[in-house]
Write a protein that binds this ligand. Structure first.
Ligand code: C5P
Length: 237
């Protein structure tokens, strides 16, 4: 039986404006969930929005997937840490030296967020990987990059629920696994190809679940979140 970590649900605030994101956040309880700010919202609303969410007591996962030369990524991670985010990420394909620089970057800040790596984007299939010169299977690429992230002493990776069991077996329980592609039983799958229920994802070893539309598009977002939390506690499978 797997037990979820404290506040395992990260609500993806995939909105085009600060007002829309804040209106949704107002309907959520920061004691019950964390929030994710991605590239669109950050590009439109910037650090001010992140700071507002933090001032409202939300833990913010800044999902910008930094991927650049080590010096630039270190500076970007330092800046994100200074903003006070709870978690941020870089792209594992930036390599070991880039990930080590990212870690050095956050250590320059007085605030130490969790630092994780994206491995292989779940939108990429085998043919896409071959196109960029990666000839092994998506799963092997994920394993290799997760090991590299671990070697760089990052805190964990974003991965699909299909990869959590093997990553947990190879890298241990402390290495944080964050999984999107989550749909409560019976909810709309939208554009997600392979979906897993929150209960299954936790049972398979995910620590944190990134969930967007099943919560943000619900008539009552907080009720949708609570229904998910209740199933995680009552039915940990
Ligand atoms: O609305 P939904 O639950 O599908 O949102 C999932 C969130 O997780 C979105 O912000 C999406 O960009 C992100 N994500 C994903 N698949 C990945 C990585 C991130 O769905 N492989």
């Amino acid at each position: 039986m797997s037990h979820p970590v404290h506040k395992p649900v990260i609500v993806a605030l995939d909105f085009p404006t600060a007002d829309a994101a804040l209106a949704l956040a107002q309907q959520l309880d920061p004691n019950e969930c964390r929030v994710k700010v991605g590239k669109e919202l950050f590009t439109r609303a910037g650090p001010q929005l992140v700071e507002k969410l933090i001032a409202q007591d939300f833990d913010v996962f800044l999902d910008l997937k930094f991927h650049d030369i080590p010096n630039t990524v270190a500076a970007a991670c330092h800046a994100a840490a200074d903003m006070g985010v709870w978690m941020l990420n870089v792209h594992g394909l930036g390599g070991l030296r880039m990930m080590m620089a990212a870690r050095d970057g956050i250590e320059r800040s007085s605030h130490r967020p969790l630092l994780i790596a994206v491995t292989i984007l779940t939108s990429m299939q085998s043919a896409d990987l071959v196109g960029v010169g990666l000839y092994s299977s998506p799963k092997d690429n994920v394993r290799r990059l997760a090991k590299l992230a671990n070697k760089a002493e990052l805190d964990g990776v974003v991965c699909s629920p299909e990869e959590t069991e093997i990553l947990k077996a190879e890298l241990g329980d402390k290495f944080i696994l964050v999984t999107p592609g989550i749909r409560p039983a019976g909810s709309v799958r939208h554009d997600q190809q392979r979906i897993t229920t929150p209960e299954q994802a936790i049972a398979q070893g995910s620590h944190y679940l990134v969930i967007g539309r099943p919560i943000t598009e619900a008539p009552e977002p907080m009720a949708a979140l609570e229904a998910i939390q209740t199933r995680l506690i009552v039915n940990p499978t």
